[in-house]
Write a protein of this length. Sequence first.
Length: 119
Amino acid sequence: QVQLAESGGGLVQAGGSLRLSCADSGRIFSNDNMGWFRQAPGKEREFVAFVSWSGVVTYYADSVKGRFTISRDNAKNTVYLQMNSLKAEDSAIYYCNAARGRAAGAESWGQGTQGTVSS
């Protein structure tokens, strides 16, 4: 059973940074492509970043390109999202999941982690 646990969210000022972590205790996704997604109040969940199973291939939503960096440590079954130069519009609940391109690869989601950026 997949068990994803996101952490690292918090409240920061605009221009600040957060580092999110996603731990896969089910150890299912170590050989899978992974992604970060986010959902702001009143909006649909959207794609943020993708990393291939090897960690070699990454790509991002245009809105975060150049500011966010996705990475993974397969030995720790953990995926990271380093978020720099944060803007108020980055405020959302952030989730990780398996990724099929820019779409989620699994129907189940973790609880997510809240990131709030004050302007």
